[in-house]
Structures are given as structure tokens and as C-alpha cells.
Design a protein around this ligand. Structure first.
Ligand SMILES: NC(=O)c1ccc[n+]([C@@H]2O[C@H](COP(=O)([O-])OP(=O)(O)OC[C@H]3O[C@@H](n4cnc5c(N)ncnc54)[C@H](O)[C@@H]3O)[C@@H](O)[C@H]2O)c1
Length: 438
């Protein structure tokens, strides 16, 4: 099958490479000339484990191509995926669909023969209808069907998620489109990944409902962590105690500094806005959004408290900048709000992240960046673990203590056990766990 992937970012590039690996012929298109030039010369513009190898293998097999030229890629395609960004619209929080609409217009003019056009970007209810209308107006002669196929991959585990998904959701009521989409995902069907065929609007709704549910689950355990802190209970044991209930499940129950990333913040907000527009507000999700926003500032207050009530003139080392490990993605990372609040209160920041420092420089030019955790911690009054990269899980505490000005550790991911760290002579603060526990 011939596939054109419009947008070659975190989702488009991974999806394109995986679809090529299934045996399809895939052309990834992007308007970003630098990105395409990098890909054409075998440089992967993002950090995603395993992606460099997957891309190289499929380029070598003549199944994966990169271009800025949309028209020829679309003309020869049986299926065109739209995987462009849908960021929050400035000012009102609705999804900004300008990239999707622009892509739809360009695709319409380039279609040759029956083509299935698929929104893989996360788009609000009714966007498939808009895409269909825009394309029909732009090229009344074109023979196409618009389907929705939301993507559920997680950065950091994106290839595995794409190749071994919990489910594939396809929204279309067009029989020809259904047949084509079944063929696209046939290799996964053989792996017994469930394919859910549904209406386009339902597919659009499934993606937002899934993200809002997960964001709410995270926010729930974060609030329970705060309560545990006051009540002298241990949130990790509470999470285990409730997560063993199969109706609840153990995932997304790790207390942390609030959800961030390129999806949950904008998707929860867009979901809330859509619901308000339709006169059926989602009050639970509205509260999730508000609680999560407040949490990031509360994390900065936690650091200030650990530093004795003020950080003016203090040196704070930040371990981890990206919104989660195994990605270089800084979008809406909790580190941004935490660092900003600490800077506002007069702290000096030195940060270290294994993959995110280039992207972080666009947010903070004025902080120092170190080449490793220990360089960041030199002379620091406090170390703050913000992102749980593996290399922060086995820190050499003797070494840290020797190089820090004062041995204070704020662990916003509950990587360590309070008693272990305190025994080594550190003042230790974590989330939802009383000090002195094992
Ligand atoms: N990142 C994730 O983990 C993830 C997971 C699931 C779903 N999504 C959704 O997938 C979509 C894409 O997200 P992303 O993280 O890959 O974004 P991204 O910003 O990394 O990539 C989008 C790409 O589209 C390109 N682009 C924009 N307009 C274009 C056009 N007209 N023609 C060709 N290329 C164009 C941009 O240059 C950019 O490279 C979003 O809707 C997002 O919500 C993302």
C-alpha cells in the first residue's frame, strides 16, 4: 500500500517508520525544510529510543522516503495520514486547527484516484466533517473518504506502542475506507491487536476521553499524595493498595509534579472547551485542569520550603527537564513552571537532562546547563529531581554530599525511600510520604 504521512514530527515520523516496517511504501512529508533535510541525510531530529535504527532499516529497504513536496506523495498514495500539530489556540484553549485545515487544502488539490484521508492528529469532535468540507470545496472532482484514526502512542515508548497497541480506533462509515484501513493495519490484526471500527465523531471523542481520563487519574493520585502528606500515610502504598483492584489498575498512579507534555495539557483544555460550547460542561475535567496547573507552582513552594523558606541567592540543581524520561520533548514540562517560579524568587539554577537541554534552551537561556548530574550539583544548596530518567535512580549520594553546599534533596518522582536518603545525611522531601519511612 502507498502511504503519504503529512507531518513528520513525533507522531508522523514514528507512525511512518512503523508503517514502512509493516511493508507499506511510506513517504513522510513536512513543511519544515531543515527537518526533511536532516531525515534525508539519516539524522533523526527527535530523540525516541530505537527510531534511528527503524528509520535506517526502512530507508535502506526502499520503503521509507522524506520530502517537502506534498503533491507527488499524495498523488501516488492510497492513504494520506494527517499528523500535523494541533496546539492550543492562543487565548482560548481550543485546539488550533489551522495546520490541519491547511494540510487538507493542499491534499485536496493533489489527489489522484480514490484516496482515504485520515486524521491521525488529535482533533476535536467534528474536525473530520470540516476536513471533508474543506477538501470538497477545494477540489469538487476529488474522490476521497475522510476517516479518523487517533494515535495513542507514548513518547519514549512510541515504537512499541505503535507496533503493539492496546487497540486501534478507526472512525469511518465508508465501506471503501474501511477496507483500505483494515489493509493498512493488517499486520497488527495478525498480532491480534483489537481494531475498533466506529463512527468518525466517536473516534474523535475516544481520543479526548482517553486522555482526559488518564489526566484525571494522575491528578487524583496527586491530590491523594497531598492528603497523605498531611495525614502521615504513604501514597505509594495507597497507590499499590488501590491499583491491585483490577477495576482501577496500577498504571498512572505515581504521584508526581503534575502532568505535562505535548498532549494532556492541550487535549484536556480542548475537551473542556468543546464540552462548554456544546452546553454540557465536563466539570470533572475542568477541575483536573485547574488542579494540575496549581500543582506545578506548589512544587516550587515545596522546593522553597526544603531550602528553609527562601531561595534568594541559593543554588538549585534541577535533575531532569523533559516532561518524562526517554524523550527530548519539553512541551508543557512541569520543569518549566518550577524553574520559572524559582527564578522569580531569586534562585540560581543549574540544570541537567540527558536529552532535553537543547530544547530547554529555547525556554531558559538564562540558566546554567551542566554536562552531568554531578556537575549540576556542585555547590548546590538543593537538588530537585523533576524527571525520573534512569540515571537518577542510582545516584552516588556520598559523592553528591561531598560536592553540594548543603545536602538537600527534593524528589518529585518518589524515586528514593525516605529512610535510605536520610540515613546518608540528606534532608529529603518527596511526595505523599512521611519522612522516616522505609
Ligand atoms: N506527541 C505525542 O506523543 C502524541 C501522541 C498522540 C497524538 N499526538 C497528536 O499528534 C499530532 C502531532 O503531534 P506531534 O507531537 O507529532 O507534533 P510535532 O509538532 O512534533 O509534529 C508536527 C509536524 O507537522 C509539520 N507540519 C505542520 N503543517 C504541515 C503541513 N501543512 N504539511 C506538512 N507538514 C506540516 C510540522 O512542521 C511538524 O514537523 C498532534 O495532534 C498531537 O496531539 C501526539
Amino acid at each position: 500500500m502507498n502511504i503519504a504521512m503529512i507531518g513528520s514530527g513525533y507522531v508522523g515520523l514514528v507512525s511512518g517508520a512503523c508503517l514502512a516496517d509493516f511493508g507499506h511504501r511510506v513517504t513522510c512529508v513536512d513543511v519544515d525544510e531543515q527537518k526533511v533535510a536532516a531525515l534525508q541525510s539519516a539524522r533523526i531530529p527527535i530523540y525516541e529510543p530505537g527510531l534511528d535504527r527503524l528509520v535506517a532499516d526502512n530507508v535502506a529497504a526502499d520503503r521509507l522516503f522524506f520530502t517537502t513536496e506534498l503533491a507527488p506523495a499524495v498523488a501516488e498514495a492510497d492513504v494520506v495520514f494527517i499528523a500535523v500539530g494541533t496546539p492550543s489556540r492562543r487565548g482560548d484553549g481550543h485546539a488550533d486547527l489551522s495546520f490541519v485545515h491547511a494540510a487538507a487544502r493542499s491534499i485536496a488539490g493533489a489527489l489522484r484516484g480514490f484516496t482515504v484521508v485520515v486524521t491521525k492528529s488529535t482533533v476535536p469532535l467534528g474536525t473530520g466533517d470540516d476536513v471533508e468540507r474543506i477538501m470538497g470545496e477545494a477540489n469538487p472532482e476529488a474522490d476521497f473518504a475522510v476517516a479518523s484514526n487517533p494515535e495513542f502512542l507514548r513518547e519514549g515508548a512510541a515504537i512499541d506502542d505503535f507496533k503493539r497497541p492496546d487497540r486501534i480506533v478507526i472512525g469511518t462509515q465508508d465501506e471503501r475506507a474501511r477496507t483500505v484501513m483494515a489493509e493498512v493495519y493488517r499486520p497488527l490484526y495478525l498480532n491480534q491487536a483489537p481494531i475498533l471500527f466506529t463512527s468518525r465523531r466517536t473516534a474523535e471523542m475516544i481520543k479526548y476521553a482517553a486522555n482526559a481520563f488518564l489526566a484525571t487519574k494522575i491528578t487524583f493520585i496527586n491530590e491523594v499524595a497531598d492528603l497523605c502528606e498531611q495525614a502521615g500515610a504513604d501514597v505509594q502504598e495507597v497507590a499499590r493498595g488501590i491499583g491491585l483492584d483490577k477495576r482501577i489498575g496500577p498504571k498512572f498512579l505515581n504521584a508526581g509534579p503534575g502532568y505535562g507534555g505535548s498532549c494532556f495539557p492541550k487535549d484536556t483544555l480542548a475537551f473542556v472547551k468543546t464540552a462548554q460550547d456544546l452546553g454540557t460542561p465536563l466539570r470533572l475535567v475542568e477541575t483536573t485542569v485547574a488542579v494540575n496547573d496549581q500543582r506545578k507552582r506548589a512544587m516550587a513552594r515545596k522546593v522553597v520550603a526544603a531550602c528553609g523558606g527562601a531561595v534568594r541567592g541559593k543554588r538549585i540543581a534541577i535533575f531532569g527537564l523533559t516532561f518524562k524520561p526517554n524523550t527530548d520533548d519539553m512541551r508543557e514540562a512541569p520543569s518549566i513552571a518550577i524553574i520559572q517560579a524559582l527564578l522569580d524568587q531569586g534562585a540560581h539554577i543549574t540544570a541537567y537532562d540527558p536529552e532535553g537541554m537543547d530544547a530547554a534552551r529555547a525556554y531558559f537561556a538564562q540558566i546554567d546547563y551542566a554536562q552531568n548530574a554531578y556537575d549540576a550539583a556542585a555547590d548546590a544548596d538543593c537538588v530537585v529531581i523533576v524527571t525520573e530518567w534512569n540515571e537518577f535512580r542510582s545516584l552516588d549520594f556520598e559523592r553528591l554530599k561531598a560536592i553540594m553546599a548543603t545536602p538537600v534533596l527534593v524528589d518529585l518522582r518518589n524515586i528514593y525511600r525516605p529512610k535510605d536518603v536520610e540515613r546518608l545525611g540528606f534532608a529529603y522531601a518527596s511526595l505523599g510520604r512521611p519522612n522516616g519511612i522505609d
